[in-house]
Design a protein around this ligand. Sequence first.
Ligand code: DC
Length: 216
Amino acid sequence: MGVEHMTVIAIDGPAGSGKSTVGRALAARLGLGYLDTGAMYRAVAFAALRHGIDPADAEPVARIARQIRLEMDGDGSVSVDGFDATIEIRGPEVTRAVSIVAAHPEVRAELRDRQRRWVEQAGGGVLEGRDIGTVVFPDADAKVYLDASPEVRAARRSREVTDLSYETVAADLARRDALDQGRTHDPLATADDALVVDTTALSVDEIVDLIVASLP
Ligand code: DC
């Protein structure tokens, strides 16, 4: 009996590049499941803060990553140990802590394992993050790297988080870009074989069309 091929599509890029919107639309178009891996790092940061753990303290944060029960629905809701954290994981405290949490190699190893298990169980899927095409699924069927100008990315994010000023969101984005690109373990990077799309002036449908046209 042959092993059935699972389709895996990796979407990477910085915050505000359009990964979530495009990832969801692409998954719906192809009839695949969708996993927002940034939400997993946010869930770990949320759980650490809730337990009074310093996000910089690698060992207890890694223990949290291994122990939490994480439930993620296709509609974007995230529950941590049975607590609905959908709103909190997008809040300013978690957003401040998440790049520090994501820099710990033990945390990354645990979430990488969970992401691979998710794909096994779902029979493939669309995954978005920072290191999906470079580290988690280097053999993905398609790798996409989305980018946009810092101004457009900040404008998109500040429309999502309406209680913060554009300036605050832009400064936070620049800080996270630097941390995510400069960290030692699995930094944000473009895979050699990725389709690079500048989403600044494209609609979601146009981007999805480009990706679908590039599929093997
Ligand atoms: O996409 P996002 O802004 O929700 O991601 C939150 C943080 O998680 C981001 O600052 C970097 C980190 N992250 C990561 O290191 N690796 C991933 N695969 C996804 C996110």
